[in-house]
Design a protein around this ligand. Sequence first.
Ligand code: PEP
Length: 258
Amino acid sequence: MMAKRRPLIAGNWKMFKTGPEAAELAGQLKVLVSDIADVDVLVAPAFTAISVVAETLKGSAIEVGGQDLFWETEGAYTGQVSAPMLKAAGCSHVIVGHSERRQYFGETNGTVNRKINIALKGDLIPILCVGESDAEREAQETFLVVKEHLDKGLEGIDGDGLAKLIIAYEPVWAIGTGKTATAEQAQEVHRFIRDWMEKAGGNSIAKALRILYGGSVKPGNIAGLMAMEDIDGALVGGASLDAESFAGIVRGSLGVAQ
Ligand code: PEP
């Protein structure tokens, strides 16, 4: 059965593309997806490229997100970027708790929780990333880890906040490795996340929640993933850095063969 929620395909450009390079990529993408009306599309450039990308995408439906934010609104926090700064630069969304932040930059479920709170307060839609490592999957701890990411990352977030949220299931072992979770492996975790949300926020919030899959998504595997009932889109890393391949994923999310 096809998912009933409106698909979202989000590109995480990570620490790639200078401002001029990002503007060029955004310009290409704007042309390539201009005829696609039934999918929401978002790109998350590096902080230094957000303004120029937002400017380039004016007049298109493609939205812009940050890759991270800090949990205070302003202050003496050298190197940090706040929700109002992202908002003013043209962001509507922000990725929170990406596994690379957890792995290399000391992100914990506690800091994720603070960031989700400040994002919501700043009128940014958080895309919360959850997912297990290879060792955790091997140890059959996938559901335990995902539950902890949700329980702690979303602790104290009320129904209004939960209703705005997007969740990305990103098994760490599938990120940038070329190993994609099978559609069935992804579906069972997506269902688990939707069930968690039903308990936390109630039936209608759970039903409307968009849950993205992330981990080596490509034009050739998106349709199989999207055919699953609880997969509502994708968070794409590597393949979002090439306009043709990202546009292929956007198109493929509607079940158009690539
Ligand atoms: C990501 O970093 O969110 C991601 C899914 O990366 P990739 O598509 O390269 O696996």
